[in-house]
Design a protein around this ligand. Structure first.
Ligand SMILES: NC(=O)c1ccc[n+]([C@@H]2O[C@H](COP(=O)([O-])OP(=O)(O)OC[C@H]3O[C@@H](n4cnc5c(N)ncnc54)[C@H](O)[C@@H]3O)[C@@H](O)[C@H]2O)c1
Length: 232
């Protein structure tokens, strides 16, 4: 059996992605920090992605259950809205551990399974418009820029193995993460958005399904803006 692994499955965008993939008949395994409460869109395994040993352990558990992976969606993200001069080196490292290193680690391991199983798979990374244009939240903006680079580089090394790697750059999407944006920043961001509204998690999820499937068979290394016409 082939599964779709989705990180950050309990969040706003992650749960919409899982619901969309389930509706498209994927077997979904969600990863997120340990949490109480039900996960309605497949199986859920608790894992703190900032802990590399925990990531290795949870991936081993999935692999030992005898499944392969056809799709990896690196959706989990860390947003700590501290201003630049209040951001410690440790804070900066945490943003990179979750937003970049975990994607590297998961992609490397899951791509190994795909190659071993002869699966023509897909990886979809959830980056951010902030990675393209910069952000006053420097740890976030730079780590999301790294996701764009990682996407393009992985696309090059994995294309010969029939694994496509693409990223979505969302604009402002309704979620607890965007609730952390202050009013002045939100006004500025909406002023730069041609459609003048924030997006819904489902509007990201539908693009994930497209990039994951055969309709996107000639796409790799692409960064798809889903941002309501963000102009900067
Ligand atoms: N909401 C937006 O406006 C927006 C805009 C651009 C990009 N994004 C990106 O979309 C993705 C999803 O964000 P969201 O808006 O749904 O936010 P969210 O806060 O609702 O979800 C993020 C999820 O990631 C999980 N996560 C964070 N750190 C983790 C860790 N160490 N281990 C395991 N899980 C962890 C959280 O538990 C949460 O469930 C993120 O990568 C985010 O950067 C969001």
């Amino acid at each position: 059996m082939s599964v779709a692994i989705v990180t950050g499955c309990l969040g706003a965008i992650g749960s919409a992605i899982c619901a969309e993939l389930r509706a498209a008949d994927y077997n979904v395994i969600g990863l997120d920090r340990p949490a109480d409460g039900a996960f309605a869109h497949g199986s859920y395994l608790a894992c703190d992605l900032s802990d590399a040993a925990a990531v290795t352990h949870v991936l081993g558990t999935i692999r030992q259950s005898g499944v392969g992976a056809g799709l990896l969606v690196n959706n989990a993200g860390h947003y700590d809205p501290k201003p630049f001069f209040e951001t410690s080196l440790e804070d900066f490292g945490t943003a990179y551990d979750i937003n970049v290193r975990a994607i590297f680690q998961l992609s490397q391991e899951v791509a190994r399974w795909m190659i071993a199983d002869g699966t023509a798979g897909a990886i979809v990374n959830i980056a951010s418009i902030a990675g393209k244009i910069g952000s006053p939240i420097v740890s976030y903006g730079t780590s999301k820029a790294a996701v764009l680079g990682l996407t393009r580089s992985l696309a090059k090394v994995l294309a010969p193995h029939r694994i496509r790697v693409n990223a979505i750059a969302p604009g402002v999407i309704a979620s607890p993460m965007s609730n952390a944006i202050n009013d002045a920043q939100m006004r500025t961001q909406l002023a730069m958005t041609a459609m003048g509204r924030i997006g819904a998690p489902e509007e990201i999820a539908r693009v994930v399904r497209f990039l994951a499937g055969t309709d996107a068979s000639y796409m790799t290394g692409s960064i798809v803006d889903v941002a309501g016409g963000w102009m900067s």
